[in-house]
Design a protein around this ligand. Structure first.
Ligand SMILES: [Zn+2]
Length: 103
């Protein structure tokens, strides 16, 4: 497998790990910020949004990196054109290179 695909696989996997981890993390943040909120309401709210944001930023970044993967053959965006997007595309939407195929 070419290094371009290895890079794509890294970001795509990280996106799913962060996505499912988010569910667990959000419960943890909700419980902890709730407990802090009993002691100080404002700090509880701050902890809630800081905790959520701390997880969302890497998730959004990994998602962005995976969605904007460039085709190893034509160097265009693999999953989208200006007017079309398919995150589950099995082949490049520009040149038709199959997913995971060597250019
Ligand atoms: Zn292509």
């Amino acid at each position: 497998m070419s290094s371009a695909w290895q890079s794509y696989r890294y970001w795509a996997r990280l996106r799913w790990i962060l996505f499912f981890g988010m569910i667990v993390w959000f419960f943890a943040v909700a419980i902890v910020s709730e407990a802090i909120g009993h002691w100080n309401r404002n700090i509880g709210h701050g902890a809630y949004f800081a905790g959520m944001g701390a997880w969302m930023l890497p998730l959004l970044y990994a998602n962005w990196r995976a969605n904007n993967f460039r085709c190893p053959r034509c160097n265009q965006y693999f999953f989208r054109t200006l007017w079309y997007y398919n995150g589950f595309a099995r082949k490049c939407v520009h040149c038709g290179l199959p997913k995971w195929a060597d250019p």
